[in-house]
Unconditional design. Structure first.
Length: 349
């Protein structure tokens, strides 16, 4: 027998925790009708017994899982970024007040929500996070080994490829000043790096396999600057993209549009906002930088656009502008069945 029975609330706000969940239910006018506290193993039982309602929660670890479970029960679930809940917290911050703030924020007509991800999206995003973590670990290893070598007067070339070729040669050279202990340590670190290389390649091949069998990913890869990594990262983060009303909304969510500080009718635009998903933004910028350097501008209609930008601004600004344009094109492809990027030849001058 449940101690806390549903009392017919129209809106629920849930403050998530590792083991304890605070729930506040309100009626259609926003007046509180029920407050309750549940452990993880009882919160689902409560909502199974509750009539379908609007349920809000903050975006945090575990929110996607609970949102999927509650949606399967017939509830309407909204996940809110934590910074948009904070203004609704009244007086002191505690779990009960957080639940009340969520219940109020979720009813706001202009509130912005986080899309509920499918399990496939979560798995794909995990692959990207693991690969990114291992690439960072490899970079730290290379930097440490290069610094150790400099302590003994051995300077190595920049770049991971050259480092792989140079370090075995340095370890085999008995004429340098490396001590036996340092040679052993560097050899062990180099083996760690090679192990990371193999793991990174394995995860990258898994991502490429996902991209090859997904129709939307294949269509996204027709866009200059988008390969398997960018295509799958977009799909993992954005899904079908229909949560954005227009293409510019996706570029703004990725932090690729100017930051604004305007007052008195005088617009002031600053650098890009860098909000939203920094990982996808970084991948798009890397892809755009590759396009600026290597795109055949005579065979792609983007060439004239890039040439026009480069004539009046720095190459870094051109790169960001191209990344924003690629994001907008990607939104069109994700939201339009069968759409692809057409590489029309550049019109003659």
């Amino acid at each position: 027998m449940m101690r806390n029975k549903p009392l017919g609330a129209a809106v629920y706000g849930i403050d998530l925790g590792k083991n304890v969940f605070h729930v506040l239910g309100t009626d259609t006018f926003g007046a509180p009708v029920q407050t309750a506290k549940f452990r993880r193993d009882t919160v689902l039982t409560f909502f199974e017994r509750a009539a379908p309602a609007l349920v809000g929660m903050e975006a945090c670890p575990g929110s996607q899982w609970l949102a999927r479970r509650l949606k399967a029960m017939g509830h309407t679930v909204r996940i809110i970024p934590a910074q948009f809940v904070r203004p609704y917290v009244k007086s002191n911050k505690n779990d009960a007040n957080d639940a009340a703030a969520i219940a109020e924020a979720v009813t706001r007509p202009t509130m912005r929500f986080v899309e509920v991800k499918s399990t496939d999206q979560v798995d794909l995003q995990a692959l990207h996070r693991i690969r990114d973590q291992m690439v960072g670990a490899r970079t730290r290893l290379v930097s440490q080994m290069r610094a150790f070598c400099l302590e003994y007067g051995v300077a190595l070339h920049k770049g991971i490829g050259k480092f792989r070729a140079d370090l075995p040669r340095v370890l085999a050279d008995t004429g340098n000043d490396l001590t036996p202990t340092m040679r052993r340590l560097l050899g062990n670190l180099f083996q760690d790096m090679m192990h990371l290389d193999r793991r990174i390649d394995t995860v990258a091949r898994e991502i490429e396999t996902v991209a090859a069998r997904d129709d939307r990913a294949r269509r996204l890869m027709t866009v200059p600057g988008i390969g398997p990594l960018v295509a799958t990262a977009l799909l993992a983060a954005v899904g079908d993209g229909r949560q954005f009303k227009k293409a510019r909304d996706l570029a703004a969510w990725l932090g690729l549009v100017p930051r604004q500080h305007s007052t008195g009718g005088k617009p002031t635009l600053l650098g890009i906002s860098k909000r939203g998903n920094g990982y996808v933004r970084r991948l798009l910028i890397h892809g755009a930088r590759s396009c600026v350097s290597h795109l055949d501008r005579g065979r792609d209609h983007l060439g004239a656009w890039i040439d026009g930008l480069q004539a009046r601004m720095h190459v870094n600004k051109v790169t960001i502008a191209l990344a924003a344009k690629v994001a907008r094109v990607a939104w069109v492809i994700m939201t339009t069945p069968g759409a692809i990027y057409e590489r029309r030849d550049r019109a003659p001058a």
